[in-house]
Write a protein that binds this ligand. Structure first.
Ligand code: 3H9
Length: 700
């Protein structure tokens, strides 16, 4: 039929199979193949029913996102799906894997739907800044009701076959082999003389689809997709399904969906989707690079970090031993883990039996010898170089010869740590973000001597424990923390001295799209950590002044943030809501006076610009130094580790959109106003002068 769509006629049943690995993403060739296959099958006299299924690991996982930067080539989605729906013989979609977006919309155009029981179905378009624009916004409300359809689309996360059956998306769940189950189901439909059943002809059930429901949905979308336009577009499209005849609703869907596809939001979200899929491409590593088997893990340190890290392994069935020299600390740590799991169980997101299974994989010990036979040991002790060097020296003598030893340091020099061991090639950084059982990001730090096998193993492992693992080189703070501390947070501290208030900076950056402002974030993370870094690393002395003067003074007062109910803001007992604190105002004024800085008003726009531009300029240095492989890696780190709004793509993408020439000119003007710490990164200067973007530099 075509090289990506096959048509097999087995007696009275025609089987249309899409076969375009890896995920059967619907591109022009598939659309053309489907059109031809369905027209042919429908015209064949002996064919009584048609099945649509896919080869390989999944049913169609959506429209081919790579086609979205150009107008959609003929035949379009609506044309093909309408040919499927208008067949005069019953058409059955038989799904496995992940039937997503346009893939599920193809199934909605079929007359009946079945799936194997571990298949998952979803319409994740909003996560790409668009709407289900291949008929889904009009067919799904007709199939399962307007209220459930809106919940389903805005819910984004795919549902399992059982839930899809309960919702009315599936007519039948196959327990066993897909092919056999699908053919049996089709035969049963034929035996029952079930004819074509067009979704487009169903009436929309509007029970519960009222003003109150829509207000609640808008409130939720405002929280979960803050700053994004797509949720409101989805509501508009579903309203059309309720109020307009199918054909008119489809016309509107084309208009709304078409505009969304070319929006800045959608372009940025597509960019970050593909950036995420690039992170595993590392120079000098290939699929064939040998991996070291990791079947048993040990974590050193039973604090919040150590416990959170341990949970990641237990969650995927890898046994893990937590080692702490103090039995009291160990028992407390194990208790916190149990409490965390119990909370998940109470929220209905984990079965009691799963909790028991996971806890049975976590053991504790106060004896370092417990790590002797582990494949991977992750050190998560206090962030102190002397302590870490001592620990590494000791465990190097205990660990088996081929064990990988990782450090969870967030700022320290891993080359120095590796140098005290007899196996620097087996030493690597695994920088988990707090809370480690929740945050998706894992920075994998390639030290100078880390071997390709160890790196490949860690990349593989990040996938196994369901993390987004991005490789970074060694420098203070690696990619994320260096950009945060040397870039935007330093600038925020500077702006406090010049006249901004902690509340103003927090409000501006929250409105930009961060989940919380930088001062509130310091308060949450604990100011003691940064205070200790400033005290012990000599950074305060080696940097042009002022350098985190406000934070340093706040820390000197023992105001460590939420944990002491006072930091940049103050906190009521048991509350995490930041409140204005005149003590901080006073402290800032005094510090500015000491430094001879005249305070004045800073406009919101300037705060946003200085904060983000300082971040990007540091990112450019990191790229040039080879600490990050690609601008996309930096953007993925900021999306997953620091809550940079995905709909803006990421700091480096944002710079390309601003235009590097404009960006460079702004940096120069800040340099003229504030001095050398605003020196443009040489790479930025070079690209700006040559009219290039970070993306072009990366591609080259
Ligand atoms: C849509 O359908 C819009 C319509 O409503 C309207 C149209 C007008 N397109 O993630 P993986 C590639 S919007 C192109 O590593 P996994 C991916 O880049 C779409 N390529 O595997 C990678 O390529 P490479 C709605 C795609 O097993 C390879 O496949 N659908 C697409 O971890 C493997 O991907 C979605 O949003 C695509 N749609 O996860 C689903 N999908 O090997 C998006 C994947 O060269 N996809 N690729 O790096 C996913 O969520 C995951 O890829 C999936 C597999 C769960 C399917």
């Amino acid at each position: 039929m075509s090289d990506v769509v096959n048509l097999d006629i087995v007696k009275e049943i025609a089987v249309v199979t899409v076969d375009d690995p890896p995920v059967n993403a619907i591109n022009q060739k598939i659309r053309a193949g489907l059109k031809k296959a369905f027209e042919t099958a429908n015209a064949e006299k002996e064919v009584e029913a048609i099945v649509l299924m896919c080869a390989g690991r999944t049913f169609m996982a959506g429209a081919d996102i790579k086609e979205f930067d150009e107008p959609i080539a003929e035949p379009g989605y609506h044309e093909v799906f309408s040919i499927i729906e208008n067949c005069s013989k019953p058409v059955v979609a038989a799904m496995h894997g992940t039937a997503l977006g346009g893939g599920l919309e193809a199934a909605l155009a079929c007359h009946y739907r079945c799936a194997i029981k571990d298949a998952r179905m979803g319409l994740p378009e909003v996560s790409l800044g668009i709407i289900p624009g291949a008929g889904g916004s009009q067919r799904l409300p007709r199939l399962i009701g307007a209220k459930a359809a809106l919940e389903f689309i805005l819910g984004i996360t795919p549902v399992g076959a059982k839930k899809a059956y309960e919702l009315g998306i599936l007519d039948h769940v196959i327990d066993g082999d897909l092919n056999e189950g699908a053919l049996n189901y089709v035969r049963s439909l034929l035996a029952d003389a079930a004819g074509p059943r067009k979704t487009s002809e169903l009436n929309v059930n509007t029970d519960g689809y009222d003003g109150e429901f829509l207000a609640e949905v808008r409130e939720r979308a405002g929280r979960l997709a803050r700053g994004q336009k797509a949720p409101e577009l989805v509501i508009e499209a579903v309203n059309n399904a309720v109020n307009l005849p199918f054909d008119e609703g489809i016309r509107e869907e084309k208009r709304i969906g078409g505009d969304a596809l070319v929006s800045d939001e959608a372009k940025a979200l597509r960019y970050i989707f593909f950036a995420e899929r690039q992170i595993g491409n590392i120079p000098n590593l290939s699929k064939d690079t040998a991996k070291i088997p990791i079947e048993d893990v040990a974590i050193l340190g039973s604090g919040t970090m150590g416990g959170g890290i341990a949970m990641n392994f237990a969650n995927v069935g890898i046994p893990v031993t937590i080692v702490d020299v103090s039995d009291e600390a160990l028992q407390r740590g194990l208790g916190v883990i149990e409490k965390n799991y119990q909370n998940t169980v109470s929220r209905g997101r984990l079965a009691q039996s799963q909790m028991a299974e996971r806890l049975s994989l976590i053991s504790g010990s106060t004896d370092y010898n417990a790590i002797a036979d582990k494949d991977l040991v992750i050190e998560a002790v206090f962030e102190d170089m002397e302590l870490k060097l001592r620990v590494f020296k000791e465990i190097d003598g205990i660990c088996k010869e081929d064990a990988i030893i990782a450090t969870n340091t967030s700022t320290l020099n891993i080359d120095e740590i590796a140098a005290v061991t007899s196996r620097p090639e087996k030493v690597v950084g695994l920088h988990f973000f707090s809370p480690a059982n929740v945050m998706k990001l894992l920075e994998i730090i390639r030290a100078e001597k880390t071997s390709p096998e160890v790196l490949a193993t860690c990349i593989n492992l990040s996938k196994r424990i369901k993390k987004v693992g991005v490789v970074a080189g060694v420098c203070f703070g690696f990619i994320g923390n260096r950009m945060m501390l040397e870039g935007c947070h330093r600038e925020a501290d500077q702006m406090l001295l010049e006249g901004a208030s902690p509340e103003q900076i927090d409000r501006v950056m929250y409105d930009f799209g961060f989940p919380m402002g930088p001062m509130a974030m310091h308060d949450m993370a604990g100011i003691d950590v940064m205070h200790s870094i400033l005290k012990t690393t000599g950074k305060k002395e080696s940097n042009p002044k002022p350098y985190f003067n406000v934070l340093y003074e706040v820390g000197n007062l023992g105001r460590f943030g939420q944990k002491t109910r006072a930091g940049f803001h103050r906190y009521e007992e048991g509350s995490r809501v930041p409140l204005h604190d005149p003590v901080t105002d006073q402290l800032i004024i005094q510090e500015a006076e000491k430094l001879g800085i005249t305070r004045g008003r800073i406009e919101d726009g300037e705060i946003e610009q200085r904060f983000t531009y300082a971040l990007i300029n540091e990112g450019a240095k990191i790229l040039e130094e080879g600490i990050a492989y690609r601008p996309g890696d930096i953007d993925v780190i900021w999306a997953y580790g620091y809550g940079f709004p995905r709909f803006r793509g990421g700091p480096m993408y944002m710079a390309d959109q601003i235009g590097l020439k404009n960006f460079y000119n702004s940096v120069i003007s800040y340099h003229d106003r504030f001095g050398d710490y605003w020196t443009p990164a040489p790479l930025l200067e070079q690209l700006a002068k040559n009219g290039k973007t970070f993306a072009e530099w990366s591609g080259a």
